[in-house]
Write a protein that binds this ligand. Structure first.
Ligand code: GUN
Ligand code: ZN
Length: 431
């Protein structure tokens, strides 16, 4: 067992923070041998309870849960910053041609390495990520994540139409490949599989039907896709599936909405769509840097709160512009202001941070396992240096309360703040 003494950030189930200015985090093996939080709380209350345990004192540092990225594309690591008129030309001109390169397993393996190292450097310990349509791209990523002891969920993209040669897959084979990958990877060490129809316009009815059948055969496998991101995309989906009530309802019609289904964007929704999210237990991956970069629109936080469905934050790299959760939280704050109907109603720094940690874990159905530092949780955590830059040091010195401290980090923070990253209780070092 090992104990860390520093400021400690955790969350309650309702999304507010629990903060110990002088805290203790005790890490040790759980019954399965995996490293877990054994105790967490104030130093004064807990320090007498563990005689003989080595304590590392980290003055001025903040212990916090590892961030969760609820939607990202590992093969788009090098697509970041590719400007286009909007989503559909961006896919056609940059993304599909780039993803075609992942037919080469060696190329996929190299990018998987860089992708995971970048995530960890920025303090992200669990991503839910798309691979490409090539099954070997999943193998490459899973192998690299396994070597790092990471909890990661990923899936082979399904796209059997409206996709160019090089990324388009074949209906029946794509479903056979998906099932083989589920059997190979889902539940292996800390890895999970996500059935991954790219978006309704890129999938035939037969492919979506097959994906839905797999989703009901493997109920604890995740589902991930895109929905209602861009107005042209919404129009196209409606033309292709005229019988569906809405774009989101297409997925419901194929059995692709349930707990552990994560839909990226969810911007152009009405309240019936929001209610469908709530009753099915699906969750939204809110991707504000992507939505701003591609000019897609603004997630309606007020609508999500009113109807009450789950959501969390995501980078959506390469539509998104940064792997940094700090940049994503700042963009989410700005987006939340854009949609606000009542003056003074803005997303609080505690709630922004929750959306990228405990809230994202809830969206994945992994609350209690990751995204928080309560006893029993897996030991994925960060040591943050709130004074990592001269400007942050000045700002943080003047912070009068937790909200001011967290907001300083959200606005001025980036990878420089992330001093150490612990994965399964071990300090991660880039390969
Ligand atoms: N819709 C379908 N594919 C994609 C993708 O790769 N990125 C984004 N942002 N939207 C999509
Ligand atoms: Zn995406």
């Amino acid at each position: 067992m090992k104990a860390y003494r520093a400021a400690l950030l955790r969350f309650t189930d309702d999304g507010s923070a629990v903060y110990d200015e002088d805290g203790l985090l005790l890490i040790g093996p759980g019954p399965d041998g995996r490293q877990r939080v054994r105790a967490a709380g104030s130093w004064s209350a807990l320090s007498g309870n563990f005689p003989g345990v080595a304590v590392e004192h980290l003055p001025g540092r903040l212990l916090a849960p590892g961030f969760i990225d609820l939607h990202v594309h590992f093969p788009q690591t090098d697509v970041i910053g590719s400007p286009a008129e909007g989503l559909l030309p961006w896919l056609e001109n940059y993304t599909f041609p780039h993803e075609a390169r992942f037919a080469d397993p060696a190329y996929a393996q190299g990018v998987a390495q860089i992708f995971l190292d970048e995530l960890l450097r920025h303090g992200v310990t669990t991503p839910l990520t798309f691979a490409t349509s090539h099954p070997a791209s999943v193998d490459a990523l899973m192998t690299q994540a396994q070597a790092r002891g990471m909890r990661l969920v990923a899936g082979k993209v399904l796209q059997d139409r409206h996709s160019p040669d090089g990324v388009r897959d074949e209906t029946e084979q794509s479903l056979v490949d998906t099932e083989a990958l589920i059997r190979r990877w889902h539940g292996t060490d800390r890895l999970g599989y996500a059935i991954t129809p790219r978006f309704a316009p890129s999938c035939t009815e037969a492919q979506l039907r097959g994906a839905g059948e797999l989703a009901s055969k493997y109920p604890d496998v995740w589902i991930q896709s895109h929905v209602a991101e861009n107005r042209d995309e919404v129009r196209w989906a409606r033309e292709l599936f005229p019988e569906a009530r809405s774009y989101l309802a297409i997925y419901d019609g194929f059995g692709l909405m349930r707990e552990r289904a994560i839909y990226a964007h969810c911007i152009h929704f009405d309240d019936d769509d929001r209610a469908l999210m709530r009753v099915t237990g699906a969750a939204a991956a809110v991707s504000p840097t992507s939505n701003l970069f591609l000019g897609s629109g603004f997630f309606d936080y007020e609508g999500a709160r009113r109807v009450g469905f789950r959501y969390g934050l995501a980078s959506d790299v390469g539509g998104g512009t940064s792997f940094s959760p700090f940049h994503t939280m700042l963009a989410a704050y700005c987006v939340g202001r854009e949609g606000q109907t009542k003056p003074g109603v803005s997303l609080s720094p505690q709630h922004l941070w929750w959306q990228h940690t405990a809230g994202a874990a809830q969206a994945l159905g992994l609350d209690g396992t990751i995204g928080n530092l309560q006893p029993g949780a897996e030991a994925d955590f960060l040591v943050l240096d709130p004074k990592a830059t001269p400007l942050l040091a000045r700002k943080v010195a003047n912070a009068r309360n937790l909200d001011e401290l967290l907001f300083s980090l959200i606005v001025l923070g980036d990878d420089r703040v992330v001093e150490r990253v612990y994965v399964d209780g071990q300090a991660a070092s880039p390969t």
